[in-house]
Design a protein around this ligand. Structure first.
Ligand SMILES: Nc1ncnc2c1ncn2[C@@H]1O[C@H](COP(=O)(O)OP(=O)(O)O)[C@@H](O)[C@H]1O
Ligand SMILES: [Mg+2]
Length: 361
C-alpha cells in the first residue's frame, strides 16, 4: 500500500460546557498517498485546523483512527509522528536569528553540532535564504519569514508537512510567489503534504487532490479539474468558481438531457450528477459559471443589461440583469476589439452550455 496517511471516521467534539458541544469533525475520512499534495478547503470554522492538530498529535480525537505510514499513531506523541507543521503566523522565535530558528528543532533533538550546521545550510539553500542566516525575524519580509518557517520544518526531515493557511498573512504578490516556492520544494523533495486553506485559487493551483469540507464533513473530493467542472451541489458550485444560480424549471427530461426554462428562455443541459432525479415541472437552480457567458457583438437571442462594471486589468467583471436574475460575467481583455460596456448598456450574450450544471432547489 502506498497510502501515507489515512483518517478513518475521525470525530472531534469540543465541549466547553455540556450544553454547548461543538462537532468540529464528524466521521471524517481521508487518504493521502506518498508524495501527494492534498488540500483541505472549506469555510472558516469547518474543522480544517482541528484535523491538522489531531494528525500532528496536539489534539486527541473523540473517536476514529489515524494511520501514518500504516501505523496507528494513537499512542504516539507529536515528536514520534514524523510530521511537521507550518503555521499562518510563522511562529518564529523573535529573539533568535534565522540560523538559530532553523537549528532549534535539531538542538532539542541533541544532534551533533556539525550535523546541525550541515542540515541548516542545506535547508537554507532549499528555501533560498542563503546569506540571510544572521538576520532576526523582524528584519525579514513576511515571505522570507514564511520561508524560514518552511526551512525549520524541512530540517527535521519529516515525511509529511502540515500547512495551516501559510500564505494568509502575505500580500497578493508574495502569496503567489510563495505558492510557487512551496510547490517547488515539495516536488523537489517528494514530501507528502496536507495543506489547509480557505482560498479556492490556492487550492486549485497547488493541489493534486482537493477535499472540500463543510461542518466537519467531506462534501466532495477529487482532482482540482473535477471539483471545479463538476461540483456535486450548490455549496461546492458556490464555494469554487463563484457560479451564478438562476431559478429555473425542468421542462423536458430525456435521459441525461434536460430542457430547462428560465423566464421565456430555453436551455438544454446535460445532467452531470446522476444521483439527483428530476421530474418535469421541478423547480431547480441552473448554475452558470461566469466564464461560460460571452458578451458578443453579433446579435443573439439573449440580451442582458449591464448593472455594474469592474475593470480588473486582465479581465472585466460585469454584473448583468438577465431574465429577472443578476448574473456575473467575466470578459477577458485579450484582443484589440474588446469593448468595455457601461451600466445601462444592452448586450448580446452567448452561453457555453457545456459549463452549465443543474441542482435541486
Ligand atoms: N479548543 C477548542 N474548544 C472549543 N471549540 C473549538 C476549539 N477549537 C476549535 N473549536 C471549534 O471547532 C470548530 C472548527 O474549528 P477549526 O478546526 O479551527 O476550523 P477552521 O480551521 O476550519 O477554521 C469551530 O466551530 C471552532 O470554534
Ligand atoms: Mg483554521
Amino acid at each position: 500500500m502506498n497510502e501515507y496517511l489515512t483518517l478513518s471516521n475521525l470525530t472531534k467534539i469540543f465541549n466547553s460546557s455540556q450544553q454547548n458541544e461543538v462537532v468540529a469533525l464528524d466521521q471524517f475520512n481521508l487518504t493521502i498517498k506518498k508524495g501527494e499534495f492534498v488540500t483541505l478547503l472549506g469555510p472558516s470554522g469547518c474543522g480544517k485546523t482541528t484535523a491538522l492538530r489531531i494528525i500532528a498529535g496536539f489534539e486527541i480525537p473523540t473517536s476514529g483512527e489515524i494511520y501514518i505510514d500504516n501505523q496507528n499513531v494513537a499512542n504516539l506523541t507529536p515528536d514520534k509522528r514524523n510530521t511537521a507543521m507550518v503555521f499562518q503566523n510563522y511562529a518564529l522565535f523573535p529573539h533568535l536569528t534565522v540560523y538559530e530558528n532553523i537549528a532549534y528543532g535539531l538542538k532539542v533533538r541533541k544532534k551533533p553540532r556539525d550535523v546541525i550546521r550541515n542540515d541548516v545550510a542545506m535547508a537554507c539553500q532549499v528555501v533560498n535564504m542563503v546569506g540571510l542566516e544572521g538576520r532576526y525575524p523582524g528584519e525579514l519580509s513576511g515571505g522570507q519569514q514564511q520561508r524560514v518557517a518552511l526551512a525549520r520544518a524541512l530540517v527535521l526531515k519529516p515525511k509529511m508537512i502540515l500547512f495551516d493557511e501559510p500564505l494568509s498573512n502575505l500580500d497578493l504578490k508574495l502569496r503567489l510567489q510563495t505558492r510557487i516556492e512551496i510547490k517547488r520544494v515539495q516536488q523537489m523533495l517528494g514530501i507528502t503534504v496536507l495543506y489547509v486553506t480557505h482560498d479556492q485559487s490556492e487550492a486549485l493551483s497547488m493541489s493534486d487532490k482537493i477535499i472540500l469540507m463543510n461542518h466537519g464533513k467531506v462534501v466532495q473530493s477529487g482532482v482540482p479539474e473535477e471539483i471545479y467542472n463538476n461540483p456535486i451541489n450548490t455549496f461546492v458550485a458556490d464555494f469554487i468558481g463563484s457560479a451564478n444560480f438562476i431559478s429555473a424549471i425542468a421542462d423536458e427530461i430525456e435521459g441525461e438531457r434536460i430542457t430547462v426554462r428560465v423566464g421565456g428562455r430555453i436551455f438544454v443541459v446535460k445532467q452531470k450528477n446522476s444521483e439527483d432525479q428530476y421530474e418535469e415541472g421541478d423547480e431547480i437552480y441552473l448554475s452558470i459559471k461566469p466564464e461560460a457567458i460571452d458578451i458578443c457583438k453579433e446579435p443573439t437571442d439573449f440580451i442582458g443589461i449591464v448593472e455594474i462594471k469592474f475593470f480588473l486589468g486582465s479581465y472585466t467583471e460585469y454584473k448583468l440583469e438577465f431574465e429577472g436574475s443578476f448574473i456575473n460575467v467575466y470578459q477577458s481583455n485579450r484582443g484589440e476589439n474588446i469593448k468595455i460596456y457601461k451600466p445601462g448598456d444592452r448586450v448580446y450574450l452567448r452561453f457555453n452550455h457545456d459549463l452549465f450544471s443543474i441542482y435541486k432547489k
